[in-house]
Design a protein around this ligand. Structure first.
Ligand SMILES: Cc1cc2nc3c(=O)[nH]c(=O)nc-3n(C[C@H](O)[C@H](O)[C@H](O)COP(=O)(O)O)c2cc1C
Length: 306
């Protein structure tokens, strides 16, 4: 089995915020976590509507901060800011398929179409910081351009420490089964990402030469999942966990933003349980913090003591 720091929670926009990361740490204190992607523009210009622009990471264990953008200098500046804020490593997003990022901004997955710019960004970011730099990418732009291996070589030549490889193309988005190529002859460590859900998946990735695994959607409503699929188990009092997560969300965002933002987490936590759909419908109407806590307590038969 991989070392704990080679087990990663994937960056998930709108999900792997500070409250969620704190929940994961309860179960898996030593694994590696990656922040949601942060725009280099937003960070350098310190847009105030994004609380994550002001996060400090000193107390967060092994935490990578992910940046996206297509401007070489701004990416380097953003990396420096995050290093100063306590990030343990910088991750460059070269896989996001969302049009706003990949086509309009020329960033994320679009960098797979422009290896020259991708290499320039990697080198500039590596030069800008003293901490390790990683790249998260996909197999390629589409099935006619599966050139991940070239990008891994560019990353290695640029001084990037490791690559996380999502086993789908940009065109595939999040659909179809992830495909994990053999990476034994890669010059730098490669972390497997995409559809990793079970202990067998993890074992399979070891056989293919990966240096670790990165788990994304399997963590939704299950911050203990990485621990579970890598051999550790803990008994879980789900109602308490949900309330605790809600409290962290409210502390971080305030109740006005936090209550509606928590609806999706409540839905994921309750998925598959009896009465979940009625619970979800009720939660989606709630705007008041106490009412939401009471609803959660009622659903899971526990008491909101915090
Ligand atoms: C809601 C959502 C948000 C995501 N946000 C990011 C992100 O901010 N940065 C990134 O590199 N990938 C992002 N991804 C992609 C995941 O990190 C991961 O590569 C993908 O979900 C495949 O892994 P999985 O099958 O374990 O979920 C996101 C995926 C989802 C579903």
């Amino acid at each position: 089995m991989f070392e704990k720091n080679n087990l990663f929670v994937a960056p998930l926009a709108g999900i792997t915020d500070r409250p969620f990361r704190s929940m994961v740490r309860q179960f898996s204190p030593d694994v590696s976590l990656v922040t949601e992607m942060i725009s280099c523009h937003s960070l350098v210009e310190q847009h105030k509507n994004c609380p994550r622009n002001f996060d400090r990471y000193d107390d967060e264990g092994n935490i990578g901060t992910q940046i996206f953008g297509a401007d070489v200098n701004l990416m380097a500046d953003a990396a420096r800011i995050l290093q100063d804020n306590g990030a343990k490593w910088i991750d460059i997003n070269m896989g996001c398929p969302v049009p706003k990022v990949a086509t309009r901004a020329g960033a994320g997955a679009f960098l797979m179409r422009n290896h020259k710019l991708a290499g320039d960004i990697m080198r500039a970011v590596v030069r800008a910081v003293d901490i390790p730099v990683s790249v998260k990418t996909r197999l390629g732009w589409d099935s006619a351009n599966v050139d991940w291996r070239e990008l891994v070589d560019i990353a290695a030549d640029s001084g990037v420490a490791f690559v996380a490889l999502h086993g789908r193309t940009r065109a595939a988005g999040y659909t179809g089964a992830a495909v994990h190529p053999d990476v034994k002859d890669c010059p730098i460590p490669v972390i497997a990402n995409g559809d990793i859900k079970t202990q067998d998946d993890v074992i399979q990735m070891e056989k293919l030469g990966y240096a670790g695994v990165m788990v994304g959607r399997a963590m939704l409503g299950a911050p203990w999942k990485l621990e579970e699929i890598t051999g550790g188990t803990k008994s879980i009092d789900l109602g308490k966990i949900v309330l605790q997560h809600l409290n962290l969300v409210i502390d971080y965002y305030g109740a006005r933003t936090g209550v509606p933002l928590f609806r999706k987490h409540a839905a994921w936590y309750s998925a598959g349980l009896p009465g979940a759909s009625a619970f979800r419908v009720a939660v989606n109407q709630i705007t008041d913090e106490k009412e939401l806590k009471d609803k959660i307590s009622e659903f899971w038969g526990c008491v909101a003591e915090i």
